[in-house]
Design a protein around this ligand. Structure first.
Ligand code: NAD
Ligand code: ZN
Length: 239
């Protein structure tokens, strides 16, 4: 069966997205030339060690990223993915993105593996705080510093969210992998789980990734452009 038949007949679909999906909204990816802030690589800032060494610096970096994300709008890729949610009887969007653009585009069933950049929590006691837009690092009532409630390199993901992601990946008949470099674990394992249980894997990326070797179909190009070409298939379906 080719992709057209699978889309027509399949009921269970998962989509795994990475920062490439938001690139056309003007948000830099981590592994791209516009990903740099000052002279730092993201791997030097998005870690608990970096925050312990220099919490103000890490806070400023997030403030910069929040500024970019605040101005960004969902692009065609986000909108087609929201059409997909309506089309498939059983659908789950699993995203590594922390920018909230999928929700803005209308998706409701979303597993945000790495959290959301607008939320904050105390680095010390874990108490949750909502949105804070401030140049200056803030403190919790316990005296600890506030940090964004996102998952940093070397940190564990929320267990329930992760279990649900693996369950949906295992059950899927069709798995789209869009705009992710496929090197950040455990997210990168999800397509392999789908593949093992017999799903058809479609990857969309500007370049090949480690996941490409298991993809039944690799579509080379920008996520927005590639998905718009497929949009028709997701509009009038059996659901
Ligand atoms: P990544 O930065 O490692 O890789 C981006 C991938 O997207 C690359 O493979 C690149 O070839 C591809 N790409 C770039 N532009 C594209 C486009 N227009 N269309 C299709 N593909 C495109 O990103 P990742 O795999 O998501 O993993 C790194 C981490 O980065 C994640 O933990 C994520 O939380 C974080 N991150 C998130 C955002 C965001 O929320 N928008 C932005 C930067 C980084
Ligand atoms: Zn605290």
């Amino acid at each position: 069966m080719g992709i057209k038949e699978i889309i027509k007949k399949g009921k269970r679909c998962v989509v795994l997205t990475g920062s490439g999906v938001s690139a056309e909204s003007g948000i830099p990816t981590f592994r791209g030339d516009k990903g740099l802030w000052k002279e730092y690589r993201p791997e030097e800032l998005a870690t608990p060690d970096a925050f312990m060494r220099n919490p103000q610096l890490v806070w400023e970096w997030y403030n910069w990223r929040r500024g970019i994300i605040a101005k960004a709008k969902p692009n065609a890729a986000h909108y087609v993915i929201s059409d997909m949610e309506k089309f498939f009887a059983d659908f789950m969007l699993i995203t590594q993105n922390i920018d909230g653009l999928h929700r803005k585009a209308g998706n409701k069933d979303i597993l945000e593996l790495h959290g959301n950049i607008w939320e904050n929590k105390c680095f010390n006691c874990g108490k949750r705080y909502g949105e804070i837009m401030s140049e200056k690092l803030q403190k919790c009532e316990c005296g600890g510093y506030l940090r964004p409630d996102v998952v940093w390199f070397g940190e564990s993901l929320d267990r329930e969210v992760l279990e649900m992601a693996f369950l949906k990946a295992r059950e899927a008949e069709l798995c789209f992998v869009i705009g992710t470099s496929g090197v950040v674990q455990p997210a990168a394992s999800l397509p392999y789980v789908s593949k093992e249980s017999g799903a058809y894997i479609v990857e969309i990326n500007l370049e090949r990734t480690p996941i490409s070797s298991i993809a039944d179909e690799f579509i080379s190009g920008k996520a927005g452009e590639a998905l718009v070409k497929m949009r028709e298939s997701f509009l009038h379906g059996s659901g």
